[in-house]
Design a binder for this molecule. Structure first.
Ligand SMILES: [Zn+2]
Length: 159
């Protein structure tokens, strides 16, 4: 069964903080990765804060990538306060935004309905979710890309 659309409110500040981090990483030629934490608000979700895990920038002849350190993997949930959870992961790409095979295989968050946002061009511009590639995890089907209409049902930017 398809995942039902759940609206996630995204404070503008969360976009700005995410962009600042990705932009700084991009200046070093590195992708960055982060998580968005939030809380349920009735049948919707209020995203509240950015979490930047300890990470390593990978550069090879085939391209670049980013991974959490082993310690970050093991301690990830320690960062959550009662009532909080991870709702989305967000990472940057040097150019085009899309989910690579490596991104599909990434196991930072794997709950049904988890969201994954890929920000293009090392976030040289402020983050505009309509310019990002956004995927949602459907168990048995994998990470499915949301079209613009779906994105509007899933994210609403708020002051
Ligand atoms: Zn990627």
């Amino acid at each position: 069964m398809a995942v039902k659309d759940v609206l996630h409110y995204v404070p503008r500040r969360l976009l700005d903080e995410s962009r600042d981090f990705f932009y700084q990483r991009g200046l070093e030629g590195c992708e960055g990765t982060a998580l968005w934490i939030g809380r349920p608000a009735g049948s919707e979700v209020l995203l509240t804060r950015l979490f930047i895990p300890e990470q390593v920038c990978i550069k090879t002849a085939y391209g670049i990538g980013v991974d959490l350190t082993e310690r970050a993997h093991y301690t990830l949930t320690d960062t959550l306060e009662p009532g909080e959870r991870f709702y989305a992961r967000i990472h940057s790409h040097p150019r085009e935004a899309f989910h690579s095979k490596r991104d599909d295989a990434n196991e930072i968050i794997t709950h049904k309905g988890a969201l994954s946002i890929v920000v293009p061009n090392f976030a040289v511009d402020p983050i505009d979710l309509t310019q990002c590639a956004i995927y949602r995890l459907e168990h048995g089907r994998g990470w499915l890309r949301l079209n613009i209409g779906d994105v509007a049902k899933v994210f609403e930017v708020v002051p």
